[in-house]
Design a protein around this ligand. Structure first.
Ligand code: GDP
Length: 522
């Protein structure tokens, strides 16, 4: 268990390297594999691997859902740097500790509960959108409500707009907290106007339906109203949980803690009730729950829907955003973990194969010659059967979602005019077999937030800059302006960056992209 973190990191690194390699060489689709196999006299076996996995249960039909009791909302605080997110979290933590937990010194377990009039709210303890999206990257949506902090003495800024896009993309409900109202000479109405004009976020005060509460995090004023507003919104959203169901939690972060005697995983329970002694599968590890620790450090016998907790008992470290799901037995847990590990290994093997074939493909020499002379390719040859088997598996999954693909776009331009022009062309565009959806429009260089926003749906970041020269040369200038670290991150998450300052060139690139997708290139 000690080396789990390192091993995990190694396999991620491997995947990353493989992806980088794969991009350098030509992609190769299923048909190509078949042709090459025939050429080389290889047999491709078509198998359907048996799926042994557990997933969070889907939401039941409304009649059943309505019988469940209300659950507390799970809230993330987002907003521009220095607008007061940390101050607000600190203020809430120290003034509104949930009933029954009063007097306790809060522990850092990634989230905490706040109470008001017998009801509670769970706040994730990491402000900003990075933690939020890193969870979404793994398909996890744990946040019901985003509190968008906007400082009235500063107004709507780039990260305010990014946060709005992140919240919207995740389907979370937004509540605006207009912070720093204690600063004299500021005008909340101006900020409300900015939210409306720059993000089409219309707050209740000006006739919209987004709740907005003026607060001072520093002086701790009006925090009750903010919590009341969150509770009211939770009621409107009809958030319910089924305490009788198998537990389904989500890991916020996990680490090896020798002092605690093993892996400690900070989680928020989404569904069901988790008890000490239950068996859980968590990412590619599992365990029997040894202890459940509350955010005030107390030992809990069980945790219900929306409750944050630290979990002890997992065999290995897992990543933030991974599901922690209760299963009926240790043998079931082991079976699921073995299946998931095999799936990852096979995916890596498939990558290797694609790279090897891509290399052979790109090279001038004949494929046969390369395959017989390059030992690494011989190795890859043996993996073809495997690769094909996994293709079949992926195809089976794909069949369910046949039809038009949606291209999720993040648009970046250097000027407001450029951004507007891009938005105008790109929103809801119909391409052959695909449709576009703009998830964010921003002004300025491509940044980390753009990549994570696009990453959730393996989307596209469009880097449009009127300053760069036109044609292929201009595209190159734009591409070079993006740091290697950002490019690596894009690769890792399957995000495509398209650089151009000519709209029709971008359209061509989008069409090529769709073509590649449809022929199974990636
Ligand atoms: P974060 O980057 O969004 O987490 O912002 P911080 O919580 O670190 O706050 C940035 C600065 O704003 C700090 O100096 C805070 O003391 C100050 N600040 C936060 N809330 C308020 C407030 O309500 N009023 C005033 N006047 N200052 C505040």
């Amino acid at each position: 268990a000690k080396h789990a973190g390192a091993a995990d990191q190694k396999s991620r690194r491997q995947l990353q390297l493989a992806q980088t390699e794969a991009r350098k060489h030509a992609f190769i689709g299923d048909e190509e594999v078949e042709i090459l196999a025939a050429e080389l006299g290889l047999e491709l076996i078509k198998t359907q691997p048996k799926v042994i996995d557990v997933k969070p249960a889907p939401k039941p039909e409304k009649a059943v859902y309505d019988t469940w009791p209300a659950r507390p909302p799970v809230v993330t605080i987002m907003g521009h740097v220095d607008h007061g997110k940390t101050t607000l979290l600190d203020a809430l933590r120290s003034t509104h500790i949930a009933a029954g937990e009063a007097g306790g010194i809060t522990q850092a377990i990634g989230a905490f509960e706040v109470g008001l009039q017998g009801k509670s709210v769970t706040f994730l303890d990491t402000p900003g959108h990075e933690a939020f999206t890193s969870m979404r990257l793994r398909g996890a949506t744990c946040t019901d409500i985003v509190v968008l902090v906007v400082a009235v003495d500063s107004g709507v800024k780039a990260q305010t707009l990014e946060a709005i896009s992140h919240a919207r993309a995740a389907g979370a409900s937004i509540i605006v907290a207009l912070n720093k109202v204690d600063v004299v000479g500021t005008d909340p109405n101006r900020v409300m106007g900015e939210l409306a004009s720059e993000a089409e976020l219309i707050v209740e005060q000006v006739g919209g339906d987004t709740p907005c509460v003026p607060i001072s995090a520093k002086q701790r004023t009006n925090l009750d109203s903010l919590i009341e507003m969150i509770l009211l919104q939770a009621e409107i959203l009809e958030l319910r949980g089924n305490p009788a169901a198998n537990a389904e939690a989500i890991c916020i972060e996990a680490r090896l803690d020798p002092k605690m005697g093993g892996v400690i995983a900070n989680c928020v329970n989404r569904q069901g009730t988790l008890h000490v002694g239950d068996v859980v599968v968590a990412g590619t590890t599992w365990g029997r729950v040894r202890s459940l620790i509350s955010f005030t450090g107390g030992h809990l016998k069980q945790v219900g829907p929306s409750q944050p907790f630290a979990l002890l008992g997992l065999k290995e470290v897992l990543q933030g955003g991974e599901d922690v799901i209760q299963v009926e037995s240790e043998s079931k847990a082991q079976e699921v973990v073995a299946f998931r590990q095999k799936k990852i290994e096979d995916q890596l093997a498939l990558r290797d194969t694609k790279i090897a074939i891509g290399r052979a493909h790109a090279d001038k020499r004949t494929r046969k010659e390369i395959l017989s002379n390059d030992p690494s390719l011989l190795h890859a040859k043996n993996k073809w059967k495997l690769a094909k088997a996994w293709r079949e598996h992926a195809d089976a999954e794909k069949q369910q979602q046949e039809g038009t693909i949606t291209l999720n776009l993040v648009l970046k331009a250097d000027t407001r005019g450029g951004a507007d022009a891009l938005m105008h062309t790109m929103e809801g565009m119909e391409l052959e077999g695909a449709q576009t959806r703009v998830v964010h429009v921003g002004i300025g260089a491509v940044n980390n937030s753009d990549i994570t926003l696009a990453a959730v749906d393996k989307g596209i970041v469009i880097n449009f800059c009127s300053q760069a020269g036109s044609g292929a040369k201009g595209d190159k200038v734009l591409a070079n302006a993006i740091s290697p670290a950002l490019k690596a991150e894009a690769l890792q998450h399957g995000v495509t960056i398209m650089n151009s300052n000519v709209i029709f060139r971008l359209l061509e690139k989008l069409e090529e992209f769709v073509e590649l997708k449809r022929t199974g290139g990636e």
